[in-house]
Design a protein around this ligand. Structure first.
Ligand SMILES: CC(C)(COP(=O)(O)OP(=O)(O)OC[C@H]1O[C@@H](n2cnc3c(N)ncnc32)[C@H](O)[C@@H]1OP(=O)(O)O)[C@@H](O)C(=O)NCCC(=O)NCCS
Length: 158
């Protein structure tokens, strides 16, 4: 994610359809903060939310891995947003499967979670495609109890 993505990120995070399960849409200035925040994550952890694009470079959305708090404990989360006119074509699932593989093989993660608004069935479906099941509830939000979907990575060998 680079500053040249600002037009695309601002359009996506400014779209009420994409932000339906968030408190509000984001302004262009907030979209810039989103990009800069992810660049800080790359510097600090080596990963964050990345841009999803097609092979010809068309912007689809963002998706990636971040540290999030579940009831005060840090958990590695996969998160995703897809432009509303590109939804329903399998992009989030395809990209999330790649992120899951990155978490397993590059990060050596033990588990991966997705923290989801209880009514966000599309997001839940993507998590299910990753092999996730409900593992927890998160009470960190002031009025919404969010569902925590998760999976652990099997360990082979001696
Ligand atoms: C969640 C999101 C990223 C999914 O992106 P996508 O590219 O459309 O996802 P996919 O096409 O890979 O899969 C979506 C799945 O949800 C299903 N789905 C979509 N809308 C649904 C709905 N209203 N109810 C139930 N299932 C729904 C689709 O049928 C599909 O499942 P299937 O493969 O079993 O048919 C996209 O809806 C989005 O950007 N939402 C807004 C941002 C958001 O809420 N992000 C998640 C924060 S936790």
């Amino acid at each position: 994610m680079v500053e040249e993505d600002l037009d695309n990120i601002a359009a996506m995070l400014g779209d009420p359809e994409v932000m339906r399960y968030y408190p509000a849409t984001r302004t262009r200035a907030e979209a810039l903060d989103w990009i800069l925040g992810n660049q800080r994550r790359y510097a600090e952890h080596g990963f964050g939310l990345w841009v999803i694009e097609t092979r010809d470079g068309t912007f689809i959305g963002d998706l990636g891995i971040t540290w999030q708090q579940v009831n005060g404990q840090p958990r590695l989360e996969v998160g995703y947003h897809v432009r509303s006119d590109a939804q329903g074509q399998g992009f989030a699932t395809e990209a999330a499967l790649a992120a899951r593989e990155y978490a397993r093989s590059v990060l050596g993660a033990n588990e991966l979670v997705a923290i989801i608004h209880p009514e966000n069935l599309a997001s839940r479906r993507v998590a299910e495609h990753l092999g996730m099941t409900q593992v927890d509830l998160d009470y960190g939000h002031p009025w919404i109890t969010r569902v925590v979907m998760g999976m652990t990575f099997p360990r082979y060998g001696v």
